[in-house]
Design a protein around this ligand. Sequence first.
Ligand SMILES: [Zn+2]
Ligand SMILES: [Zn+2]
Length: 368
Amino acid sequence: MRELDKFVVYTARLKKELPKEAFKPAPGRLFGGLAYVCVVITCFLTIGLFNFHPLLNFVFSIIIGASFAALGFLGHEILHGTVIRRAWLRDLLGAIAFWPLSTGPKLWRKWHNLTHHVHTQHQDNDPDAWPTLEKISKMKFIRWVYRLPLPVRSLFSFASLTIQFTAHSLKMFLVYIKEFNPKKQPSVWAQAVLPWMSWFGLLYVMGFEKWLFAFLLPLLIANFIVMAYISTNHRLNPLVPINDPLANSLTVTVPKWVDVLHFNFSYHTEHHLFPGMSSKYYPLVKEHIKRIWPNRYHEMPLSRALKALWLTPRTYFESAHFVDPHSNKSYGSLGNGLDPKNIKPLWGDKNDTYDTNTIRKTPPDRLF
Ligand SMILES: [Zn+2]
Ligand SMILES: [Zn+2]
């Protein structure tokens, strides 16, 4: 199969197996969104109108945070046009669903649909791809961070999952705002600013303590939930010059009830093959991929993927490997020698033999 043809070959082959309804919008998903909005409003009123014990309020924070995250998953789906096709309604509903995470629909579609999906895991063009050793060596602060031992870095990077979506979204705003047509820039600004104004308005109305439980803690919880998926979507896969979803994406598995609550967001490889298809058909797409290309497909439980992230450094070396600038150990990526059930360095471990077939070139002796 020629590299350039892979995407087309996969989708053309799978299309033959899928029913026609799979390519139609699925507006029924909106009932799930409505249920989450009702839950959030009820929790806001409960926290605002009563003076419950902080522990009970924290339970409401968890419920609100889980609902914020689920609304984000639905917003992602809506803005791919798989729920409703009419552009203005799609953007309006997408804006509502992404309101808690304060990401505007125009920015999201540019950053995610038009850039991440088109250039997935391309080292220069994917705004969500993790940097290479070469790039990191030029960033002073990050170089310092990478001198810390891996478990310390992992602890910090897992703690930072509680703010990563919000922080990355603000960064994407600064990166892409200049690229919008000047006539469209005011609406992109409005979509970014209005949600924050409403959340600070809520602070004014509720006072800090209640706002902490109603918005701030739920926002951190929602960040953690969405980032637990997003961090495993591609970060164990290699960087690739040409978009090949079976090589550059990972599908994680979660209990069925979690898939129901999260609108099947776990099916990320399927999503990259058919971003315009409602995720309710992804289990069917998965069955066919596993039958046709069983050796190319990557899938594992979410807990195992998170453990693999914890145990491996996040610096790409030669696209298909991760290297730890602190210990100089090198690890494979998915499809390139990484065994998520038994994570160990391919190179650099004193007691270990390294596999000469999977690692072609060793990293330099002194990295920084
Ligand atoms: Zn992705
Ligand atoms: Zn997407």
